[in-house]
Design a protein around this ligand. Structure first.
Ligand code: E4P
Length: 216
């Protein structure tokens, strides 16, 4: 499973990149707003660090506006993926961009039929939002399962990018279900390498060694 960082923080991108596990980055307008820097400038900075797909979301909600913004975004770097909402205008824009060889990430996917539509329109990635479905008492992981089944049934090539990942349990189940990619905050990525028994084990090994040989 590929692992993307869901952040517009350059610091976080550098940290995830330094871990050696970063395959791509996803951003969105809320994440950029938190950073308080111009979107294009930050995307350029992120693309200098991460050579994998970097999703740049459009602000426009109409077809023409999405195409206009998408075409601006792809001028920033060759690894930019245009992120579009999974709406009627979004699916049309997806098709138009895909026909021109532009990669898209169809975001805000909350039902499997949205995923079917965007795959038919040639999306490179679809982003089902697990956490936000769980938040309203629905089954986020069930959505990943359904999309996986539909894409397998028809040999659809769009990659499933599990989004709105809140904790390592989400990540684990995405991997078990065969999501192609998961995007998550830096904390979820670093939490993957944490276990109290690992810390305890190091403590015991060092104490035993010190007892036998002294010093460090
Ligand atoms: C994905 O591309 C989105 O940016 C993101 O995963 C949304 O996550 P949230 O629900 O935690 O805001």
């Amino acid at each position: 499973m590929h692992l993307y960082l869901d952040s517009a923080s350059l610091d976080d991108v550098k940290k995830a990149h330094d871990l050696g596990v970063l395959d791509g980055v996803t951003t969105n307008p809320s994440l950029i707003a938190k950073e308080g820097v111009p979107y294009a400038k930050r995307l350029e900075e992120i693309c200098r660090v991460c050579k994998g797909p970097v999703s740049a979301e459009v602000i426009a909600t109409d077809y023409e506006g999405m195409l206009r913004e998408g075409r601006e975004h792809i001028k920033i770097a060759s690894n930019i993926v245009v992120k579009l909402p999974s709406t009627i205008d979004g699916v049309r824009a997806c098709k138009a961009l895909a026909d021109q060889g532009v990669k898209t990430n169809m975001t805000l996917c909350f039902q499997s039929l949205q995923a079917l539509m965007v795959a038919k329109a040639g999306a490179f990635l679809v982003s089902p939002f697990i956490g936000r479905l769980d938040d309203i008492g629905q089954d986020g992981m069930g959505l990943i399962r359904e999309i996986k089944t539909i894409y397998t049934n028809y040999g659809l090539k769009t990659k499933i990018l599990a989004a709105s990942v809140r904790h390592t349990n989400h990540l684990l189940h995405c991997a078990l279900l065969g999501a192609d990619v998961a995007t998550c905050p830096l904390k979820v990525i670093t939490d993957c390498m944490k276990h109290p028994l690992t810390d305890k084990g190091i403590e015991i090994f060092l104490a035993d060694y010190k007892k036998a040989f002294g010093g460090q």
